[in-house]
Design a protein around this ligand. Structure first.
Ligand code: GAP
Length: 450
């Protein structure tokens, strides 16, 4: 690609990203945290639609990874764990990025991501930054427990959710009466003091992860790795990611952490390029061995059949919830030219993640009572939006823009024939369906992909 063509492609990409960011703010999916104070870099708030989308995503993950499996159980652990956890895992010593500071404008950048940084506003006669030598910068966010200022009270917000899965391994195995091989899953917040938060929510300082650590015999980890890779790719395909926007990237030998035997990134093609949304790692017995060493507790298990005692190996699946939500938003975004020169913006969410499943629209405000009764009935099953204002075409467009798979219109004929119109978001096709059996019909349409 010539540099000019590359620039054009980058411009197109960043334009689309801007449209997605703007739609997210306008319709209340995601916006800056602390907006009225000018925002806070690397922190984001999810609005009424965003929280529904994210909750749907987490529930779908939980369904696939925990509920549908006999060999995985869930936990919900504290965000601040015992500080020794991070000593044992190596985070306190090694979880760092190289950073450089500009002596003139005092801004800080990642030394390995200097391409495309904004010019220096503080130097005369040049826009070049006056950069220091790279220094390692620990990404753990620190806090203090209690009123004491002594070192003993220093604690850390977890940088990944898996830490407690390892420290809770022994108890969870016992209480859940599980035998190796089995997994422990958790969804929750993680915090990293990223030097350059960027690309909207893609690299944030506070984000959510959904992680599963699968404990198995060290000789079986390669087989389990292949199994979990397939399971996770099926999950991403079910979110609607097409094959040409989803790929796997194995880590090269020099990228692997010293304890990691194999690692595979699952990448999505964002408007800003191919980027990781999930990592699958064969971590060997490193984690349990380290926590056993630091806690002095025996974390090995005895295989009753073979009488072999061993420290289980771990295959990890670690997906970013916010990154996947961003991929879902980018994947769904479409602009279509309609007859008459109108453009419609439509979010083509899979129904499983769509924030609103059905919108109920009375054709006239005079039909409000029966339409509201239908909305109340449907609300027992799904998130339903009721909208009685504006012309019907405009109401359809509003629902298209937030990705509602089905719009239900109650009109004057509905009163006499007991039928309503269901309009499909993607094809815009309409069908007349009976109110009798409506819930089953809507369920079928949503399950079929509407
Ligand atoms: N326990 C392994 C682990 O945390 P990771 O590759 O550092 O591995 C896993 O993180 C996933 O967490 C990533 O694939 C990404 O989706 C998400 N993630 C990591 N850092 C992030 C950040 N700063 N902002 C948003 N998501 C992030």
């Amino acid at each position: 690609m010539t540099s000019q063509a590359q620039t054009q492609a980058e411009q197109v990409s960043s334009l689309r990203m801007e449209e997605i960011v703007s739609l997210c703010a306008r319709r209340g999916f995601i916006f800056q945290s602390g907006e009225i104070y000018g925002g806070i870099n690397g922190f984001w708030d999810y609005g009424p639609l965003g929280v529904e989308l994210k909750n749907n995503l987490k529930a779908f993950w939980w369904q696939r990874m925990v509920r549908e499996r006999e060999d995985v159980v869930g936990i919900d652990s504290a965000i601040i764990t015992h500080p020794r956890t991070w000593e044992a895992s190596g985070h306190l010593a090694n979880f760092s990025d190289p950073m450089v500071d500009c002596r003139a404008c005092k801004r800080r950048f990642r030394a390995d991501q200097l391409d495309g940084i904004p010019p220096c506003p503080a130097r005369e006669g040049t826009s070049q930054h006056d950069l220091t030598e790279p220094r390692e910068f620990n990404l753990m966010l620190q806090t203090q427990i209690g009123a004491s200022t002594e070192d003993a009270a220093i604690a850390y917000l977890r940088a990944e959710t898996c830490g407690s899965i390892f420290t809770d391994f022994r108890r969870v195995r016992e209480v859940a009466r599980q035998r190796v091989p089995f997994g422990i899953a958790q969804v929750g917040k993680a915090f990293r003091n990223e030097i350059n938060p960027r690309n909207f929510t893609f690299r944030s300082r506070e984000f959510e992860q959904a992680e599963m650590e699968f404990f198995c015999h060290p000789d079986a980890s390669a087989e389990w790795f292949d199994h979990w890779l397939e399971v996770r790719l099926a999950f991403h395909r079910d979110l609607g990611f097409a094959e040409d926007r989803l790929r796997t990237r194995p880590h090269a030998e020099n990228e692997l952490a010293h304890y990691c035997r194999r690692a595979m990134d699952v990448e999505y093609l964002f408007p800003f390029g191919w980027q990781e949304i999930e990592g699958i790692h064969d971590r060997g017995s490193y984690d349990l061995a380290k926590h056993a060493e630091f806690s002095g507790k025996d974390l090995s298990i005895l295989d009753e059949a073979t009488r072999e005692r061993f420290v289980p190996a771990v295959v990890e699946t670690s997906v970013g919830v916010d990154r996947t939500a961003l991929a879902v938003l980018c994947n769904a975004y479409a602009e279509e030219s309609l007859e008459g020169g109108e453009t419609r913006t439509v979010m083509r969410f899979e129904p499983i993640v769509a924030p609103i499943k059905v919108a109920v629209l009375p054709l006239s405000k005079k039909l409000g009572d029966p339409a509201e009764r239908i909305a109340t009935e449907l609300r027992r099953h799904w998130n339903v939006f009721y909208d009685a204002s504006g012309n019907i075409g405009r109401r359809y467009r509003r629902q298209d823009e937030v990705g509602t798979p089905l719009c239900l219109t109650y009109d004057f004929e509905s009163q006499s024939d007991g039928r309503v119109t269901l309009r499909d978001r993607d094809s815009m096709a309409q069908e007349r369906v009976a109110l009798d059996g409506l819930v089953q019909h809507v369920r079928k349409r949503l399950e079929e992909g509407h």
